[in-house]
Design a binder for this molecule. Sequence first.
Ligand code: GRG
Length: 303
Amino acid sequence: MSTQFETQLMAARVDVEAALGAYLGPVALGGRVPARLRAAMQHAVLGGGKRFRPFLVLESARLFGASQRAAMAVAAALECIHCYSLAHDDLPAMDNDVLRRGQPTVWAAFDEWTAILAGDSLLTLAFEIIAAPSADIPAEVLGPLTVALARAAGADGMVGGQVYDLAADRLREPKSASLEHVRQLQAMKTGALIRFACVAGPMLARSSVDDVARMQRYGDALGFAFQISDDLLDVTGDVAAVGKAVAKDAVQGKATLVSLHGVEGARRVLQETQASAVDALSIYGERARTLIDAVEFMGSRQS
Ligand code: GRG
């Protein structure tokens, strides 16, 4: 049986998928886009997924009274970036996975060059989506928001985190398995997009710097909780429910909270992190109920 939170997540997912379907349709993409490229982009984006990051954008926008039209554009753009990162992460040169969201990964369904170029196109599409007049993002917000998104996705964020993650293995660097290292890597690789999703709402609503700082604190803790729950799923989840390969971290010798502290230790850190995420929202009371429930979901999610 679904919790109320899962029902809300599902409802947002329907709206987000409708928006993504439109952005990836032949009319919006442009008539000259090669059919193969369009099909690969659609495969990367439209084939499932929780849409958790878009959900956070929509909910953070709701909390601060931002336009839902602008928030939907940001939500769709962020999901395009997330899906590009998954398509590239699954490539043989990176994680070499053939299953994602219960389906063949983009390179397995098409081939490597198509998956690389579909990912590239999704990254640029994201910025086209937010800069388009139809996104309705106030002019004075568009610049700072674009910088924040680019930074979260780039070398100081997700891409940099991915490099830290791969470098130890590929460059045969000594594994630095301190908690500090794992936290920094994860804050960049997974946390940066989640943090962006949480600050997008107050940024779109032109809320105070205090609101942005509180949502940053919430986003950082939520992102860390998300990653710990992902590491726990790698150990305790099953392929059918998770929709991707599991039990890979230990085989690859990845430093995670689980490898550092064991399953019980990781669960303890998860609970502490959840508490600090909820604490960041305390000033908003019940108005932040959905975002509080999102924190609790980190302890129960199966995919
Ligand atoms: C290739 C530049 C580049 C970056 C890759 C996102 C990422 C960085 C790697 C994915 C590997 C991974 C398992 C990361 C852990 C957390 C994570 C991002 C899980 C997937 O996100 P979900 O659970 O997936 O939100 P869905 O399918 O629901 O969208």
